[in-house]
Design a protein around this ligand. Structure first.
Ligand code: SAM
Ligand code: SF4
Length: 328
C-alpha cells in the first residue's frame, strides 16, 4: 500500500473504543464527553476481518490496539487472540493507561500479546491527579508491576512532553527508566487536545529534554543500534544504565518515513493523525462485500495522504477529532 510519495504502509493502529477512564487534559475535555453509542463500534469479528484482509492482501505487518482506553472494552483479550491467529501478522501491540492492566495482564499474555506501551506522565500522585483529573496512580503502577511479573518482553512507558509540566518529571522518570530497565519515551505535545489549547510554545522539545536529563542524571547518547522505521529516536545514558526515547513529532517530524494508517473505533480509515478527511469502511465490513472493494477504498485513502502534517506552518488546521476519539 504505497502512497503518492512512495511511503509503504505496513503499520495499522486500531482504536477499539473512544471511552476512557481518565480525562488527561492534553487529550480529553474535563466533562460532557459524548462517546460513540456501542452499536457504532466495530465488533471484534469486523476488526479481525479487516486486519486479516490487510495482512493477506496489502502487506500489513504490525497492528497496535489503542483508544480511548482499550482495556475498558470488554474482553479485549478475545480480540488479541483472534488477531494472533492471523498468519503472517508479525506484531501486535497495545497502548494503555495501565489502570486495568493488573486485572487483565495475564489474559492478554495468554492471548498472545507481548508488547505493551503504558502511558504515565508522572510518578507523583498529586500531579497525576492534576494531569489526568483522576486519582489512579497506584493502579497504573500495579499494572506495570503485573506486566513485569508476568514477563512481557516488550514494555515501554510513554509520557507527553509539555512545557511547564514535564521539566519536573524528567528526572524521576529518567531514574525510573534506569532502575526498572523499562524504556521511557517522551512524546512532544501535539495539537490534538479536545480543548484546543495547544500552542507551539507549550511543547517541551526533545533537545531541551536531552539537555536536562544529561545535566541532572548522566549524559545521553544516541543508541548504538537504532530501531528502523520507529518514530522514536532512542538514546542511552553513557554509563549504560537506562534507555530513553524521544518522539519529536513537532520539532523533527517523521512524516517522510511514516508507514502508519489508522482504523477508528467506528470503522473510519485515517491516513494521518492530522488528516481532516476519513474514509468509512464499516458499511463494507458489515455487508458481504467483495474484498476488492474494501481494498480499493483503503488504497484511495492512503493515496490521498499528504506529504506532511504541517503543524509548524501558519495554515495548519487542528482536526476536529481529538486524540482519544481518533485513537492515539
Ligand atoms: N488511553 C491509552 C493511553 O493513554 O495510553 C491509549 C490512547 S492515548 C490517546 C495514546 C497516547 O497518546 C498516550 O500515550 C497519550 O499520552 C498520547 N497523547 C494523548 N494526547 C496527546 C497529545 N495531545 N499530544 C501527544 N500525545 C498525546
Ligand atoms: Fe484517556 Fe489515553 Fe486520552 Fe489519557 S491519553 S484521556 S488515558 S485516551
Amino acid at each position: 500500500m504505497t502512497d503518492s510519495f512512495g511511503r509503504i504502509h505496513t503499520n495499522l493502529r486500531i482504536s477499539v473504543t473512544d471511552r476512557c477512564n481518565l480525562r488527561c487534559f492534553y487529550c480529553m475535555p474535563a466533562e460532557n464527553v459524548r462517546f460513540l453509542p456501542r452499536r457504532e463500534l466495530l465488533s471484534f469479528e469486523e476488526i479481525t476481518r479487516f486486519v486479516e484482509c490487510m495482512v493477506r492482501r496489502c502487506g500489513v505487518e504490525k497492528v497496535r490496539l489503542t483508544g480511548g482506553e482499550p482495556l475498558v472494552r470488554q474482553d479485549v483479550h478475545r480480540l488479541v487472540q483472534q488477531l494472533n491467529a492471523i498468519p503472517r501478522l508479525k506484531q501486535i501491540g497495545l497502548t494503555t493507561n495501565g489502570i486495568l492492566l493488573a486485572q487483565q495482564a495475564e489474559q492478554l499474555y495468554n492471548a498472545g500479546l507481548r508488547r505493551i506501551n503504558i502511558s504515565l506522565d508522572t510518578l507523583d500522585r498529586e500531579k497525576f491527579r492534576q494531569y489526568t483529573r483522576r486519582d489512579n496512580l497506584d493502579q497504573v503502577l500495579s499494572g506495570i508491576k503485573a506486566a513485569r511479573r508476568i514477563g512481557f518482553p516488550f514494555l515501554k512507558v510513554n509520557a507527553v512532553a509539555i512545557q511547564g509540566m514535564t521539566e519536573d518529571e524528567l528526572v524521576s522518570l529518567g531514574h525510573f527508566a534506569r532502575q526498572s530497565g523499562i524504556e521511557v519515551r517522551f512524546i512532544e505535545y501535539m495539537p490534538l487536545d479536545a480543548d484546543q489549547n495547544w500552542d507551539r510554545e507549550k511543547v517541551l522539545f526533545t533537545e531541551k529534554m536531552i539537555q536536562i536529563l544529561s545535566d541532572e542524571i548522566c549524559p545521553l547518547q544516541p543508541e548504538s543500534s537504532p530501531q528502523k522505521n520507529s518514530p522514536s529516536q532512542g538514546y542511552e545514558f553513557v554509563d549504560g544504565k537506562g534507555k530513553i526515547g524521544f518522539i519529536s513529532s513537532v520539532s523533527k517530524p517523521f512524516c517522510s518515513e511514516c508507514n502508519r494508517f489508522r482504523l477508528t473505533a467506528e470503522g473510519k480509515i485515517r491516513n494521518c493523525l492530522f488528516s481532516l478527511e476519513e474514509t468509512d469502511v464499516r458499511d463494507l465490513l458489515r455487508s458481504e462485500c467483495d474484498e476488492d472493494l474494501l481494498i480499493d477504498r483503503v488504497l484511495q485513502c492512503i493515496s490521498a495522504k499528504k506529504k506532511g502534517h504541517e503543524i509548524n506552518s501558519a495554515s495548519f488546521l487542528q482536526p476536529e477529532r481529538p486524540m482519544y476519539s481518533i485513537g492515539g
